[in-house]
Write a protein that binds this ligand. Sequence first.
Ligand code: ATP
Length: 312
Amino acid sequence: MTLTPVEPLPEREVRVRAPGKINLSLRVGAREEDGYHPLSTVFQAVSVFEEVVATPSSDRTLSVAGVQADVVPTDGTNLALRAVEVLAGHVGVDEGVHLHLEKGVPVAGGMAGGSADAAAALLACDTLWATGLSRAELIEIAAHVGADVPFLLMGHTAVGQGRGHLLTPALTRGDFHWAFAVQDRGLSTSDVYTRFDELHGGVPGPPDGQDDVPLMHALRAGDPHALGAALHNDLQMASLDLDPMLAEPLAVAEDAGALGVIVSGSGPTVAALARSRQHALALAAAFTASGVADRVLTASGPVAGARVVSSD
Ligand code: ATP
């Protein structure tokens, strides 16, 4: 009898894509006793993407490729590996996994690239391990990984309260077009909050989302001019105080006719709202020509949250 050699099973691979985000509005209350600041924010997911490929492995390991890959930690402090630990603990799985991250979102840029990786890793491992969790359960688990992670699973446009993790989807019409001035130097989110405390400290208690009524109307009407006028970031002054050079891309975007321009989250990425896709390219060209950005990106939003791209 001849034995037919058994072909090894092809290695399973799950590829997930997750977007970065900008905060169309970020309102920050005074620091609370636990050290956190209550927020009222309006997130929009934009077409700048992270990809995470998960393959079975004996350990839990991670590799990184893409722009600025060299400054991303590959140990247990990486948010994607933290997400795997949280999910595995929750569903009682002790399997290993290798995660390969392909970075497209600027690192430490205020666009939540690390949280996007965490959202993608959660969905990839959930698929690989066939946990049977609902999307709502996964979003709940995501909140234990980081405040921005639930939104990056959900995507589109949403109001975030609490630490940003209590989400309500927002009605929007059409696409909005953005140009981003990206800096190689990052800004630490915790440094920006510390400077925010030193500068004005915020009003005690949760910030009032009522201030964003004009912004919500603009989104619902699909009116980029009204949206541009309604963009708001309570952290902008603190980011500018830590990195005064950020005034330059803000001024360049205004001169080039941006409908609104804002520091994205804690910065240092500057987001400029354009009239059209063509105008977003013109704004990006203005950033490049004036030498106020290390890199430029254009994108549109809203886009969906983390999605499985392939699973085989
Ligand atoms: P946020 O907008 O949520 O404040 P950010 O976009 O400013 O985040 P990230 O790129 O998410 O910043 O990462 C901030 C820091 O976290 C990095 O400087 C890095 O040391 C660490 N980090 C942990 N995991 C990751 C990851 N997967 N990708 C990038 N940085 C990570």
